[in-house]
Structures are given as structure tokens and as C-alpha cells.
Design a protein around this ligand. Structure first.
Ligand SMILES: O=C([C@H](O)CO)[C@H](O)[C@H](O)COP(=O)(O)O
Length: 189
């Protein structure tokens, strides 16, 4: 099954479409609340481990293109989070130690936390003002019920696309043209 790349691509595309469709129809206002939280935060910090963190780094770049102040937790230039800031986290399991501790530290500092996770009952979701619950497998789910892909792949794909949807919404709201955003793109690459 799925032993050729075309079949695998088809499978992944169908899983992703199903997960995004479910996400949109589950609670659209919750997604807009996340966009509003990003728009109104003093600064946005993103924090995720492994592939979840890589997915959030893509979103961080786009939010920077919008002109927002964005930091990636763990980078040497990342300052302290404080009141008025937003910590945008992604953790399929919602239990990854460093991310949960980071969210606890953010809350203690007076910042707000958004959690993208598969588990509404997770410790990460409990710390968040807004949780986006992704209908996907977490990395230890071997049942194949939510996804046949390896580990948390479907979750991580959704994080990338959701990040692009948040960016797209905020960009359209801003009224800025692509040409106005483009000068912020890295010129040291
Ligand atoms: O890198 C990861 C792994 O390859 C799962 O597919 C995870 O993103 C990483 O281990 C963090 O896990 P979660 O916090 O549960 O997303």
C-alpha cells in the first residue's frame, strides 16, 4: 500500500485536506481568535520541538515579513518574554517537556500562550488562552486511525499550512501589497 510516490502523495494530500476541513469546520472563531492574538501582541515568540518547531519557524518568518516583532525561542538573540507578548507553541502530543515548561514560564511572566496540539486535555492546552486542536495523530499514535503517515507528520503538515493561513489572513487585513512586504525578506542569503 502506498508503495509508489504518486500513491503516497495522493494519500498525504487527502489526509491533509481532511484534517484542514475538520479544523475549519470545528471552530472557525477559535482560528480567528488566534489571528487576533497575533495581531494585538507586542511581540510573538514561537516555540516547538523537532519538526513541530521547524514548522513554526516557517510561520515566524512570514510574521516577520508582515512587520511584526517575532522571535524563535532558543535562538541566542531571543530576549525574555514578558507581559503583552504571545508565545505561539505547537506540540502534537502537548506533553513535550521543554515546550510545556516554556509555556509555564511565559504564563508566569504575564505572556499569553496559544497552543496548537492534537490533545485538548494536554498540559500545554491547559496553559493556553487559545488552543487549536488538530485532528491528527500525535507522534506515538500507532493506531493508524487519524493518519497512516509516520509519527506526527500529518500534525506537522497542518502546522505549516495553518501558519500560512494565519499569515494570509493578517496580510489581507493589513492591506499591504506584496511589494511592500518584500523589502523585509532576508538579503543575506
Ligand atoms: O520531531 C518530531 C517528530 O519527528 C514527530 O513526528 C516532533 O515534532 C517532536 O518530537 C516534538 O513532538 P511534539 O511536541 O509532540 O510535537
Amino acid at each position: 500500500m502506498d508503495a509508489d510516490v504518486g500513491s503516497s502523495l495522493d494519500r498525504i494530500a487527502r489526509e491533509l485536506e481532511g484534517a484542514l476541513d475538520a479544523l475549519v469546520h470545528a471552530d472557525p472563531s477559535a482560528l480567528d481568535a488566534v489571528a487576533d492574538s497575533i495581531a494585538t501582541a507586542s511581540r510573538i515568540f514561537v516555540f516547538g520541538a523537532g519538526r513541530s518547531g521547524l514548522a513554526l519557524r516557517m510561520t515566524a518568518m512570514r510574521l516577520m515579513h508582515l512587520g511584526l516583532q517575532v522571535h524563535v525561542a532558543g535562538e541566542v538573540t531571543t530576549p525574555a518574554i514578558t507581559s503583552g507578548d504571545l508565545l505561539l507553541t505547537a506540540s502534537g502530543s502537548g506533553t513535550t517537556g521543554g515546550i510545556v515548561r516554556g509555556a509555564e514560564a511565559a504564563v508566569a511572566a504575564g505572556a499569553r500562550v496559544v497552543a496548537i496540539t492534537t490533545d485538548p486535555a494536554s498540559p500545554l492546552a491547559a496553559l493556553a488562552v487559545h488552543s487549536v486542536i488538530v485532528p491528527a495523530a500525535d507522534k506515538l499514535d500507532r493506531s493508524g486511525a487519524a493518519s497512516v503517515q509516520y509519527a506526527g507528520s500529518l500534525f506537522e503538515q497542518v502546522v505549516v499550512v495553518l501558519g500560512d493561513a494565519l499569515f494570509h489572513t493578517l496580510w489581507r487585513r493589513s492591506g499591504a501589497s506584496a511589494d511592500e512586504l518584500w523589502p523585509r525578506h532576508a538579503n543575506l542569503e
